[in-house]
Design a protein around this ligand. Sequence first.
Ligand SMILES: Cc1cc2nc3c(=O)[nH]c(=O)nc-3n(C[C@H](O)[C@H](O)[C@H](O)COP(=O)(O)O)c2cc1C
Length: 273
Amino acid sequence: MPNIIVDKALCTKCNICSSICLMGIIKPAADADFPCIQSANENKCMLCGHCEAFCPAQALTLDFLVEEKIPFIRGESCIEPERLALYMRSRRSIRHFRPEPVDKETIRQILETARYAPSGGNSQTVQWLVIYDTEEVKKIAGLTVEWMRTVQNTPHPFANYVSGIIKAWDLGFDPICRNAPHLVFAHLPVSDFVDDRTDAIIALSHFDVAAPAFGVGCCWAGFIRMAVDSYPPLLEALALPDKHKVGYGLFFGYPKYQVGALARRQPIDVVWR
Ligand SMILES: Cc1cc2nc3c(=O)[nH]c(=O)nc-3n(C[C@H](O)[C@H](O)[C@H](O)COP(=O)(O)O)c2cc1C
């Protein structure tokens, strides 16, 4: 497990690292020595890297994936609030796509961005499945419609809703993935401890928000999500690793139409106490 590498020429012994460490395992600097993780505590480190991130002197490196550390100028990541608000308000669900595929490198870069999503206990258990082949996307959509056929005329709460979707599919429309060229799923291990898909959904939200910066549009695949847990042929077609479950999925591609007006929403409903 990692320790911290302290640049003794830069460290001011301010001890922000030891006070910020969530696990409380960084021994504060004393007059003679510098902050450190005592070896008995190294295995308690959750690799969050807050010690490094919040060091005002940039004197500290968590000895973990060091090759990923790049020079960072404080303030470099700032976005003016107005600009961020415009970006967020112009993110829309995309349901009409150009037929050409998104190149894999672009998808990889969006995933790289989503990789920095937070996760409970910094567990980072989320994995990705990209259905790149458009024919496979069609197959997944078709299996979702097959599931809908099984709930039609049953007491299932969705039963009344599915007829229109099935009819559209049978007429050659794709109401499930909207003829998107690709699908992405965030999946994670089934846990006996807690049935929680939150980490996967947060990671996918990062994907959804990052994608328009790459010219890519997404939409949450709600119908697939509804079907996937109760229709084994669909889960089998996804072929996730053993004992993994789907958090959620997005269908995505290059938008056919461009956003030219901002979203309007209900006012914020908030209670202040
Ligand atoms: C959890 C979730 C599931 C959704 N499922 C679908 C879906 O299956 N099909 C679809 O066309 N849109 C789906 N949507 C998109 C919503 O309809 C859309 O977010 C909402 O109408 C607001 O529009 P906007 O995203 O363009 O701002 C889903 C959205 C969320 C958050």
